[in-house]
Design a protein around this ligand. Structure first.
Ligand code: CP
Length: 311
């Protein structure tokens, strides 16, 4: 029988979700996608629930998407951004969060540069914690919206071939995608310069490719990642121009393939570096559908975690 509740009270990483959890999130998101396309987009599911969005790192998509998801569910929402907080005066993460919780917050959405920060909070406080990206570790809601978008386009992901291109070494999106897609039965490859691919990644059961054309010929979906210059303390490739020449995906390359690969990107896009504009804006690209699906996926997660609070 299909599961009707999540196995966990937090969403800390895809690693900790079961296949039933993932399918339940997808099923719930399908219903919410229908809701957010109605003229009246708001439902009362999270009335009397207060959610704090704690962003200790920059974000456009994830922050707006969570806030919209919370408001569509009628939650009370408070937003915190590290740059304008008392963290600058030396307050610890736990003190900051405990002070926020004293204001009777039920759920915390947290993005933090330190891997493990959401798991640390989950050990110390009673609220439901949702990881909105922790350093180079995991970005579970991104992976769920990615897999949901692939599923909309291709159907069941079992045996589908997904290649993740670019800066795998610094990417939380890559790791969460690998866990999520493998749980759903897909085959996963990573492709990029050897310096940007973690040494032992094949131990996760992924194929490793260094040639973009070979990877594009192999895959049904190309999920293209940004070069995360802000996390790179040393040079991993000679120049962005050279990266673009050897690892960038352009229209001439796509048109030369026998198959029509689905193009994805979690954003923010560096146009002209990892992807050209004519690829990002082409009919093969589902980049904006990913963003739309992000709201439905986040509504589903908030709703399912709130349902567990009521028990
Ligand atoms: N995809 C993603 O996490 O984008 P933001 O950094 O803008 O939230």
């Amino acid at each position: 029988m299909a599961s009707t509740e999540l196995s966990t009270k937090h969403v800390l990483g895809i690693k900790y979700l079961t296949v039933d959890d993932i399918n339940l999130i997808f099923e719930t998101a399908e219903n919410f996608k229908e809701v957010i396309n109605r003229p009246i987009k708001k439902v009362p599911s999270l009335r009397d629930v207060t959610v704090a969005n704690l962003f200790f790192e920059n974000s456009t998509r994830t922050k707006l998407s969570f806030e919209l998801a919370e408001k569509r569910l009628s939650a009370d929402v408070v937003n915190f951004s590290a740059s304008s907080s008392s963290l600058k005066k030396g307050e610890t993460l736990l003190d900051t969060v405990n002070n926020i919780l004293s204001m009777k917050v039920d759920m915390v959405v947290i993005r933090h540069p330190a891997p493990g920060a959401p798991a640390y909070l989950a050990k110390h406080i009673d609220a439901n914690i949702i990881n909105a990206g922790d350093g180079t570790h995991e970005h579970p809601t991104q992976a769920l919206l990615d897999a949901f978008s692939m599923r909309e386009k291709l159907g069941d992901l079992k045996n589908k071939k997904i290649a993740i291109f670019g800066d795998i070494l610094h990417s939380r999106v890559a790791l969460s995608n690998i866990f999520c897609l493998q749980k759903l039965g897909a085959e996963v490859a990573v492709c990029g310069p050897p310096t940007l691919i973690p040494k032992h990644i094949n131990k996760l059961g992924v194929k490793v490719m260094y040639d973009v054309r070979t990877a594009l010929e192999w895959c049904d979906v190309a999920n293209i990642l940004r070069i995360q210059l802000e996390r790179q303390e040393i040079k991993y490739f000679p120049s962005l121009r050279e990266y673009s020449q050897y690892f960038g995906i352009n229209k001439a390359l796509l048109n030369s393939l026998d198959t029509k690969v689905v193009i994805m990107h979690p954003g923010p896009i560096n146009r002209g570096v990892e992807i050209t504009s004519d690829v990002a804006d082409s009919d093969q690209s589902i980049i904006l559908q990913q963003v739309e699906n992000g709201v439905a996926i986040r509504m589903a997660i908030l709703y399912l975690l709130a349902a567990k609070r009521d028990k």
